[in-house]
Design a protein around this ligand. Structure first.
Ligand code: NAP
Ligand code: ZN
Length: 365
């Protein structure tokens, strides 16, 4: 069956962020036998969707349909795609393609997310060689290169798997790669969509102590209920940086604003500790870092970008095995504009997942 149309919520100007996405048809990338078409049932709303809708990371190639936490049913599978068959329940995260050449220093070692030759985002990218543009999951159908299409484990419900495909992997990867586990104290800064996954995964990875760090005291009970051992409210607790100085081995920061108390976050690290930034503010700038902050405690500051397909598959299997359950709020796709407004206002607890009413039961909506 290939007689479907590609339709979705299109942002046409930066004003789209203000409830102005319009439903319309779009032209997917040119079909190749490496691709998979997905009939979408679920799509999470990621902070990156907001940056892109408003052209916060540079001019978005409008019209743009955002959404890169996609789950649905494979309805067309290219001949060269061996691990997926028509009818499978599959997912796509934030990346749709890379060069995948054996001589690529990144792709050849399973770091496709860092490919510098031909990385294509799931939405808002222009394919090389005139193959068209990429369009995301606030829509009925998605077309993505099969290498970036993952099988969803049977025991993982679609609405829980969807937000893992970007929000989950973006914190799972730096936690695992930086030693989160027994004997370690781990801080998660910015307990929103990514941050709540940070708390869940750090606990599931058996860190000794997990500390949620966000601005308001009003999130305390929820963050403790997520499994955190402690909570710091940076906007409501006087002297929090001094009081908690040198208590953490590893911090993952999801904060999406340039206006963050970065020096104070760094003070929370023990000697030799590591701070990983994953939040990506509009414009990209972070506050300046004083050299003595780095030198005095011998700390390291780094970054992390989503995760390659192999690691996403590992995360899905890990989540299924360890019963990692994100807190999601289901929203009908028809109300995507309102959901985006609510996300912008920080109302999600902790991830909105759009449900495509045409392809999925509305369930508990
Ligand atoms: P989100 O749900 O909005 O969470 C961000 C959290 O940061 C908020 O809940 C907020 O919690 C906290 N925060 C602290 N200071 C803030 C400030 N000054 N302004 C706004 N929020 C502040 O967003 P998300 O989906 O988790 O995404 C977070 C960031 O990660 C975005 O920039 C997104 O683009 C980026 N991202 C990066 C990657 C990557 O590969 N590196 C992948 C996906 C997303 P409080 O209100 O409780 O403080
Ligand atoms: Zn994302």
């Amino acid at each position: 069956m290939t007689d479907y149309k590609f339709e979705g919520w299109l942002g046409r100007t930066p004003d789209a962020i203000n409830g102005k996405m319009e439903w319309g048809e779009f032209e997917p990338k040119v079909w190749t036998e490496d691709d998979v078409d997905i009939q979408i049932t679920h799509c999470g709303i990621c902070g990156s969707d907001l940056h892109t809708l408003r052209s916060g990371w540079g001019e978005t190639p409008y019209p743009c349909c955002v959404g890169h936490e996609i789950v649905g049913k494979a309805v067309r599978v290219g001949k060269n795609v061996k691990h997926i068959k028509v009818g499978d329940r599959v997912g796509v995260g934030a990346q749709a393609r890379s060069c995948m050449q054996p001589d690529c220093p990144e792709c050849s070692v399973g770091q496709e997310n860092h490919c510098s030759r031909a990385a294509v985002n799931t939405y808002g990218s222009v394919y090389p060689n005139g193959e068209g543009k990429s369009y995301g999951g606030y829509s009925d159908y998605n077309r993505t290169n099969g290498h970036f299409v993952l099988k969803i484990p049977d025991s993982l419900p679609s609405e829980l798997a969807a937000p893992m495909l970007c929000g989950g992997i973006t914190v799972f990867s730096p936690l695992r790669r930086n030693g989160c586990g027994p004997g370690k104290s781990v801080g998660i800064v910015g307990v929103g969509g990514l941050g709540h996954f940070g708390v869940l995964f750090a606990k599931a990875l058996d860190a000794d102590r997990v500390v949620g760090i966000s601005r308001r005291a009003s999130k305390r009970d929820e963050v403790l209920a997520l499994g955190a051992d402690a909570y710091i409210a940076t906007a409501d607790e006087e002297g929090w940086a001094k009081k908690n100085a040198r208590t953490l081995d590893l911090i993952v920061s999801t904060v999406s604003s340039a206006d963050m108390p970065l020096s104070d976050y760094l003070k929370l690290l023990k000697v030799g500790g590591t701070f990983i930034q994953v939040g990506a503010p509009d414009g990209g700038n972070l506050p300046p870092i004083n050299a003595f902050t780095l030198i005095g405690s011998g700390i390291k500051v780094g970054g992390s970008l989503i995760g390659p397909p192999g690691e996403i598959q590992e995360m899905l299997d890990f989540a299924a095995k360890n019963n990692v359950k994100p807190w999601v709020q289901l929203r009908p796709l028809k109300d995507a504009n309102q959901a985006v407004i609510d996300m912008t206002e920080g109302k999600a607890r902790y991830r909105y997942v759009l449900v495509n009413e045409r392809h999925a039961k509305l369930g508990n909506l």
